[in-house]
Every structure is written in C-alpha cells, then in structure tokens.
Design a protein around this ligand. Structure first.
Ligand SMILES: Cc1cc2nc3c(=O)[nH]c(=O)nc-3n(C[C@H](O)[C@H](O)[C@H](O)COP(=O)(O)OP(=O)(O)OC[C@H]3O[C@@H](n4cnc5c(N)ncnc54)[C@H](O)[C@@H]3O)c2cc1C
Length: 388
C-alpha cells in the first residue's frame, strides 16, 4: 500500500486546516457531542453546514457542477482525517449526502439535481430514507409499502399506502427517498421503485420514536392514500433495487471516517479519564485502553486496504467485502469503548456524554446493516465462502 501524499495533496490539507481553524469555533465542537433531539444544537449544526457549503467544503468528493470540489481520492482521505481530527460536526444530511445524492446524480432529472442537491448540501432541506419496514429490515426486498399508479385531479400520481420504521430524521425531514412496491407480481427484487416524496403531502403521518437514551433520532412514518406526483419517480419504474445499490462512484475514501472517528474518541476518553485523578494508573483500565487502541489500528489497516483497492483499480466486489468487515469492527470497537468508559467514568463529566454513548452505541452494530449481515458479506466476498 502506498500512502505517501504528493505535494498538491498536502497543499489541500493546509488550505483546509487554515479554513477550519478560522471557522470552527469551540461552541460548534461542543455541539457535536450534544443530543440529536436538541433543537438549538440542531440549528447550530445547520448553520455550520451552510458555512461549510458556502465555502465549498461540504462535499469535496461531489462533482463541481453540484457544488463539490471534484476532490481526488487522496484529497478525500485528507479531508476526512482533518475534519474528524478537528472535531468538526458531521453534516446533518449524512444519509442524504452519502446514499441519496448518488442516486439523484445518477438517475435524477436535471431539475431534480439542480434544485435538490445544493439545498441538501446546505441542510436547507433535511432528508430521510424510507427503506426499513416492520417486516423488512435486513431483508429489505420484502418491503410491502405499495404505490399504485392512478389518474388524479392534478394529473398522473402514485397513491402510496404503508409504513416505514426507524426512519432517521423522519420527524425533521422535508424530503424522503422512499422505496415502494410497484409490481407485486414480480420477483421481490424486481417489483420495487424509488420515489422522491415531499414529506408535507397530505396523508403522511410521522410518529417520532424515543430511543434508550430518551432522545428522538428517528420515527415511524405512515402513508395513508398519499398522492405522489408521477414525476417523483427516481430511476426507471421497478428499478428501485438498482437505485438502492447506487454508490457514489467518485466517493472512495469514506471508510477513513471509521478509524479517524475512533482515534478521536479514544483520545477524548483518555483525556476524560485522566481528568478524574489517578484512574489511569489502574492496570486493568490501561490494558483495556491498549486493546482498544490495537483494534483501532486493525480497523485503520482494513479501511486503508479497502481504499487502496479502489485507488489502484482492485476488485469493487472485494473492496465492498472489506468495507463491510470494517463496518462491523467499527461497531464493535465503539461498543467496547462505550462499555469501558461507562465502567470507569459512570455518569461523571459534563453532560455525561459517555453514559449517553453507552446507550447509543448499541445501535452501531445494527444501523446501516447488522453485524451478522456484514459478516455474511465478508464471508462471501472476501473469504469466498458459499452462500449456504
Ligand atoms: C440508529 C438507526 C438508524 C436507522 N436509520 C434508518 C433509516 O434512516 N432508514 C431506514 O430505512 N432504516 C433505518 N434503520 C433500520 C436498519 O436499517 C435496520 O434496523 C437494519 O437493517 C436491521 O433490520 P431489522 O431491525 O428489521 O432487523 P432484522 O432484519 O429483523 O434482524 C433481526 C436480527 O436477525 C439477524 N439476521 C437477519 N437476517 C439474517 C441473516 N440472513 N443471517 C444472519 N442473521 C440475520 C440480524 O442480524 C439481527 O440480529 C436504522 C436503524 C438504526 C438502529
């Protein structure tokens, strides 16, 4: 693996560092650790999104025509390292920017691209993704929310009925990338379509869900005879599975966030433990911290292997398998760190962030694909094991 950075990439780093040190305030850094249901913190992060977007730093991997910088893989890697180390808040539309935008770029009309993408990047509009249903999570292709084509007073519509669940930001969203069944007779992967739905349409009911830590990060969303204009279709009819698996072909270094984020968290944990007196003298705590540091190094190697494979034209198939393994290792490290922090610090410290992390870390091995599913992918794509 060759990870030495050329001079122009280091120049990019210096430019970004300078911009971050001039614009990233300590209040913004603190807001990064606040709860997801805190409206004031949410608005602060929205402001930060706008500042970043207006300076051209919100989506460096996006092509310039959509407000990005067309950054190279190494620039993307440096961007991830620098923004994570500086403790810059994540964009509010994380799922939007990483998962929905690529599909809009690939399948959207020109008007969808130019109106929706810049507002998503600035977090002027909040986006949610309606995939999971009570009976369709890991087995997403079993989804049952129905969309039936019907002529309405305003023209041609889809009439949508059904329910989504675990919809992150569902209670704040103006737009939803919604997966619906449009052909119930077709094999399950082939009868799904993707719609871009305005969450303000009549018949949409959003019920926020309260998580273990008492916060509201996601919602159940119900659709009762919702008339969605036919031009909201993203991609061809019944090609929703292809739309769902679209990835940002120019976004190659996203995996770097996994290990840089864990490095930063570990540093914060060591600082917080050190601030409590002589707790760092305890050999058991030291050993547990050392084990976590080692696991983060392993995660770093996995991520760099996956990035290196894409950088040097390796197999997409194997790179995805390694990225899946990295995702499950990342989730497990987060849970180990949260457990250690809670054992040592309990609810001590300002805002008791570690006690909160102890609760939210349970979701790390579920959201975005459970550990069992990512291990299945690794088994098949990296180890070449048979499906059964
Ligand atoms: C914080 C958070 C945010 C989320 N945000 C969103 C969102 O914005 N939009 C959205 O659509 N969804 C979202 N989800 C839902 C998430 O995608 C699902 O929870 C996940 O895909 C698992 O589906 P499930 O909960 O239905 O569990 P199930 O699929 O029912 O799985 C239950 C258990 O069975 C195991 N299992 C299932 N199938 C297999 C198999 N083939 N082999 C081995 N084990 C298996 C699983 O690993 C799991 O342990 C979010 C979830 C969380 C926790």
């Amino acid at each position: 693996m060759d990870f030495s950075y050329p001079a122009e990439v280091e120049q990019f780093r210096t430019q970004l560092r300078e911009w971050l040190s001039a614009n990233l305030t300590s209040q913004l850094i603190a807001a990064r650790r606040l709860s997801g249901s805190d409206d004031a913190a949410f608005e602060k992060q929205r402001e930060w999104n706008r500042t970043m977007a207006d300076a051209g730093w919100a989506a460096v991997s996006w092509p310039r025509e959509y407000g990005g910088r067309g950054a190279t893989v190494l620039e993307q890697l440096v961007y991830t390292e620098e923004t994570t180390r500086a403790r810059a808040p994540m964009p509010l539309n994380v799922i939007g920017m990483n998962n929905i935008a690529p599909a809009i770029m690939q399948y959207g009309t020109e008007s969808q691209k130019t109106t929706l993408l810049p507002r998503m990047m600035r977090a002027d509009d909040i986006w949610c993704q309606g995939m999971s249903e009570p009976e369709a999570g890991s087995d997403l292709a079993s989804l049952r929310t129905r969309a039936v084509r019907s002529a309405g007073p305003q023209g041609d519509d889809f009439v949508v009925n059904g329910q989504k669940i675990w919809t992150s930001l569902g209670h704040r969203a103006q737009w939803c990338q919604l997966y619906v069944r449009t052909d119930p007779e077709a094999p399950k992967h082939k009868g799904i379509s993707c719609l871009i739905v305005d969450m303000r349409l009549p018949g949409i009911e959003v019920r926020p869900l309260v998580t273990l830590n008492g916060e509201t990060d996601f919602a159940e969303v119900f659709f009762h005879d919702v008339r969605v204009p036919a031009d909201a279709l993203l991609g061809p009819l019944n090609a929703g599975w292809q739309v769902a698996t679209t990835t940002l072909s120019h976004e190659r270094a996203g995996a770097a966030r996994l290990y840089t984020e864990m490095h930063v968290r570990l540093e914060e944990l060591v600082d917080d433990i050190a601030a409590q007196g002589d707790l760092l003298d305890d050999p058991v705590t030291l050993r547990r911290l050392g084990e976590i540091a080692l696991r983060i190094k392993y995660l770093e190697v996995l991520c760099q292997r996956s990035i290196s494979a894409t950088l040097h034209g390796g197999s997409e198939h194997a790179a995805f398998g390694t990225a899946s393994l990295a995702k499950s290792v990342w989730g497990e490290i987060g849970q180990e760190m949260a457990a250690l922090a809670f054992d040592v610090l309990g609810a001590r410290g300002e805002n008791a962030p570690w006690a909160n992390y102890r609760l939210t870390s349970r979701a790390l091995t579920i959201a975005g694909g459970t550990t069992q599913i990512t291990k299945n992918i690794t088994a098949q794509r990296v180890l070449g094991l048979p499906r059964k």
